[in-house]
Design a protein. Structure first.
Length: 317
């Protein structure tokens, strides 16, 4: 039975391979939080308990085009079935039109957003700033430009695997970063270093050094692949300075990291023995970095980046 004094929280977000599900899972650990999550790219709510399941009247499966009117109508219909919320928290609010954002704002006491992509990648995020009471962002340039609250992504899974099957791991979607990923894989091959580098594409495509996959991996499958590696490879998008989830997966699983993100040296978890920043135009990876062991990060530092701390910063449970 729900506590009448509980804080009602609704998360509206893309499924994002399961990354956003961890927010609700973390909130569910607090007795005073009644959390629901509405996925923008899935047909219905995931509820905290079975009581509300009977109220879920959405049955049709919809396509991936989030701009279609029926997605906006579905959001309104689902949210109308709920009582007024204490907090509605939206990830990727730029996927919703203004009318839907106004509707959500009227259904809550606090309307909060998290921008886990930069405004340079999705410019509509600038236009919708006035809708929100608070906006969090992991991108320092956006934080400084628009006075957002700075908040990184989070560690959601942890392990300590001391017996990796291969040295390097990367998984990504085929985009403009593909030539650099191929170049890195070729570098590993010439050094005779073992690696597992996979690139997802909707169909098979030519690749000299990496493995092309045509089925996307789940977040659980990716975690298992990370555990089987010693060093994670992360290629930063050119339009962002924030830290991707791959970096926090490396932290959580105690893996060394090679990245093109130059700003990472400014974070308190940075250790030159664990993290190597490479120049994409002049790749140099010292044998010493590859062969040396991972250095454990102090718990007092890692705790600040865990999902439990993340939800406390936003929802104050």
């Amino acid at each position: 039975m729900n506590n009448r004094n509980s804080q009602k929280v609704l998360i509206v977000a893309p499924f994002a391979f399961g990354y956003t599900a961890h927010i609700k899972n973390a909130l569910d650990k607090f007795a005073n939080i009644e959390a629901n999550i509405l996925y923008l790219d899935k047909p219905s709510f995931e509820y905290r308990n079975n009581f509300h399941k009977a109220r879920n009247f959405i049955s049709k499966i919809f396509g991936k085009n989030l701009k279609k009117t029926f997605v906006f109508d579905r959001v309104k219909k689902d949210v109308s079935a709920l009582a007024k919320q204490n907090i509605i928290f939206v990830i990727r609010p730029d996927l919703l039109n203004d009318d839907t954002l106004k509707f959500l704002k009227n259904k809550t006491e606090k309307f909060i957003a998290y921008y886990y992509d930069s405004t340079r990648r999705f410019p509509r995020k600038v236009d919708i700033i006035p809708f929100f009471d608070t906006i969090y962002s992991y991108d320092k340039l956006d934080v400084n430009t628009y006075s957002f609250e700075f908040l990184t992504n989070y560690i959601f899974d942890e392990s300590k695997n001391k017996s990796p099957k291969y040295l390097f791991f990367n998984i990504s979607t085929n985009d403009y970063r593909f030539p650099l990923i191929e170049t890195l894989a070729g570098y590993f091959k010439r050094k005779n270093w073992s690696y597992n580098i996979q690139v997802y594409n909707g169909s098979d495509m030519p690749a000299e050094h990496v493995k092309i996959i045509t089925t996307q991996k789940s977040i659980t499958e990716v975690s298992e692949l990370i555990k089987a590696s010693k060093i994670i490879v992360e290629i930063q998008r050119t339009e962002q300075v924030g830290l991707s989830f791959r970096i926090f997966e490396a932290l959580g699983h105690r893996k060394k990291l090679i990245t093109t993100n130059k700003d990472i040296v400014n974070y308190d978890f940075y250790s030159p023995q664990n993290i190597l920043v490479v120049d994409e135009h002049d790749i140099k990876i010292p044998d010493e970095f590859v062969n040396s062991p991972y250095v454990e990060i102090e718990d007092s530092i890692l705790t600040k980046y865990k999902i439990e701390h993340w939800v406390k910063a936003i929802f104050n449970p």
